[in-house]
Design a protein around this ligand. Structure first.
Ligand code: CAA
Length: 240
C-alpha cells in the first residue's frame, strides 16, 4: 500500500520538489498551502498531487485540515513540516509583529502540523517525521534573529521527538538546506544575494530537488534506524 505523506507548504519552492519526490517514490501525497490558490491549482494540474489550504500557524485549522486529508487519503504515515516564512530585519529594527509572525508559522506551525498526526503514528507503530530547518538555524544570520530562532528550535523538536517516537518505530529528523534557488532567496536584495553566493564553496545556489533527495532518503521504510539526525545540504557553506 502506498504510504500517505503530508507536506506543508508543499505546492511551491522546496516543498513542491519534496511533494514530487515522495510521489515518485510511490507515496500518496497531500500538499498544503496557505494562500496562493493559483500556484496550488497549477501545481495540482501539473503533478496530479492534491492540495489543501490551511494556515499552519493555526492549530484548529491544521487539525481540521489533517482530519480531511486522512478522510480523503487514509492515515498520514509521513509528515514533512516544510512551511516557513521570512520577515528579515536587523534586530534593532525588528518589530514584535515580525518576531511573532515567524515564530507562529515556522515554530508553532511545526507543532501544529505534527501534533494531530502523532497519536495515530504511535497507535500504528510507524511514522516518519521530517522538519525542514535551515543553515541559518545552525549558524545564525544577520537580519534573521526571528527566523534563526525558529530553525534552531526545529532541531530541538526533532531530537526530542526522536526519543519519544523510537519505541513506536517513528523517526524524526531535520534537513538543513543552505541557500536554495527559490522565491524566498530571490527576495533577498540582489547585492546581499551575490555576497551570499560568493560565500558558498560550491559557487552556486542549491536546487529544490537537492533538498527533496534528502527527505526521500529519510522517509524510506529502510531508514528506520536514522532518527534525531540532521542532514545539511548547503554546498559546503557551513559544517554543523
Ligand atoms: N553582515 C554584516 N553587516 C551587514 C550585513 C551582514 N550580512 N547585512 C547588512 N549589514 C550592515 C549594512 O552594511 C549596514 O551597515 P552600515 O549602517 O554601516 O552601512 C547595516 O548592516 C544596516 O544595513 P541596512 O540598512 O541595509 O539594513 P536593512 O534594514 O535594510 O536590513 C537586511 C538589511 C534585511 C538584514 C538585509 O541585509 C537582508 O535581507 N539580508 C539577508 C538576510 C538573509 O540572508 N536572509 C535569508 C533569506 S533566505 C532564507 O532564509 C532561506 C534559508 O533558510 C537559507
Amino acid at each position: 500500500m502506498a504510504r500517505v505523506a503530508l507536506v506543508t507548504g508543499g505546492s511551491r519552492g522546496i516543498g513542491a520538489a519534496i511533494s514530487q519526490a515522495l510521489k515518485a517514490q510511490g507515496c500518496t501525497v497531500a500538499a498544503t498551502y496557505a494562500g496562493n490558490d493559483e500556484a496550488a491549482a497549477k501545481f495540482t494540474a501539473e503533478t496530479g498531487i492534491k492540495t489543501y489550504k490551511w494556515n499552519a500557524a493555526d492549530y484548529e485549522a491544521s487539525k481540521a485540515g489533517i482530519a480531511q486529508v486522512e478522510a480523503d487519503l487514509g492515515p498520514i504515515e509521513i509528515v514533512v513540516a516544510n512551511a516557513g516564512i521570512t520577515r528579515d530585519a536587523p534586530f534593532h529594527k525588528m518589530t514584535p509583529e515580525q518576531w511573532k509572525e515567524v515564530i507562529d508559522t515556522n515554530l508553532t506551525g511545526v507543532f501544529n502540523t505534527i501534533h494531530p498526526i502523532w497519536p495515530g503514528m504511535r497507535e500504528r507503530k510507524f511514522g516518519r517525521v521530517v522538519v525542514i530547518s535551515s543553515i541559518n538555524g545552525q549558524k545564525g544570520q544577520f537580519g534573521q534573529v526571528n527566523y534563526a530562532a525558529t530553525k534552531a528550535g526545529d532541531l530541538g523538536i526533532v531530537k526530542s521527538l526522536a526519543q519519544e517516537g523510537a519505541r513506536f518505530n517513528i523517526t524524526a529528523n531535520a534537513v538543513c538546506p543552505g541557500y536554495i534557488a527559490t522565491e524566498m532567496v530571490m527576495a533577498v536584495p540582489e547585492k546581499v544575494r551575490e555576497s551570499i553566493i560568493a560565500g558558498i564553496p560550491a559557487g552556486r545556489l542549491g536546487e529544490p530537488e537537492e533538498i527533496a533527495r534528502c527527505v526521500a532518503f529519510l522517509v524510506a521504510d529502510e531508514a528506520g534506524f536514522i532518527s534525531g539526525s540532521t542532514i545539511s545540504a548547503n554546498g559546503a557553506q557551513y559544517f554543523a
